[in-house]
Ligand binder design. Sequence first.
Ligand code: ATP
Length: 274
Amino acid sequence: MSTTTTGILRVDALTMRFGGLLAVDAVSFEVPRGTITALIGPNGAGKTTVFNCITGFYRPTGGGVHLATHDGRDVVLNRLKDHNIARAGVARTFQNIRLFAGMTALENLLIAQHGPLHKATGFGIGALLGISGYKAAEAAAIDHAAGWLRAIGLLDRADDPAGSLPYGDQRRLEIARAMCTGPSLLCLDEPAAGLNPRESDDLAKLLLAIRDGTATSAAPTSILLIEHDMGIVMRISDHVVVLDHGRKIAEGRPAAIRQDPHVIAAYLGEAEEE
Ligand SMILES: Nc1ncnc2c1ncn2[C@@H]1O[C@H](COP(=O)(O)OP(=O)(O)OP(=O)(O)O)[C@@H](O)[C@H]1O
């Protein structure tokens, strides 16, 4: 893990109201660069809402979300449309799998790279005429995709439809697809949901390798994840932010969070409500 404390993402007094419901109430935290930061909390705590504000699905009612770009600029994400948030360097996955099930694993990773390919085509005609710039971009995109397929152990299934892969493989393929966009921040919404212990273990290793930049030749990438599986959170997170009823109730290293009385009370409260 990088030791620099500069945050790659700064969430500043973020507030989100749905009519009379205050779903997120002036929440502030940072994702330190080079870390896996987990956003946890009982059901309805506001985790997905914060996530949706960061990734441009919701426009917050108040506060701001700032991304520090590679070249040191501060980009205010909540003023951008979601495709520009992706362009600024934020990639995300969803709670439900959103692969193109009928396309192959490789094709799913190539689609994620339509940006550089599009640029090389001169808006399409280059591809039709077989212009060399396009061919080079296409070869680079295939190389890049193959690198990610190797990293997730699916190179031998490159030509299989994504929908035919086991569930755990589809989850890792989605993460690879997000990584093919070359993000500086990867946001994952419950990546371990529905995985068996072996698949969770593969996921944990993949996320650590993405953080450290050892999965492929891609640079180390900071990760923000929402996760209910405390085993995985405690095992791989460097930093944990805890929400309850729309407010931040704790923040720190996993070992400290595990013993925090406010966190224990929030989760006990959830168990009593069930
Ligand atoms: N689009 C919406 N419209 C109205 N209320 C919403 C909307 N999205 C979320 N909420 C409400 O905001 C609160 C926070 O929900 P959110 O989904 O962010 O919590 P969460 O921590 O992600 O929960 P879970 O762990 O169950 O997914 C809840 O009371 C929820 O009902």
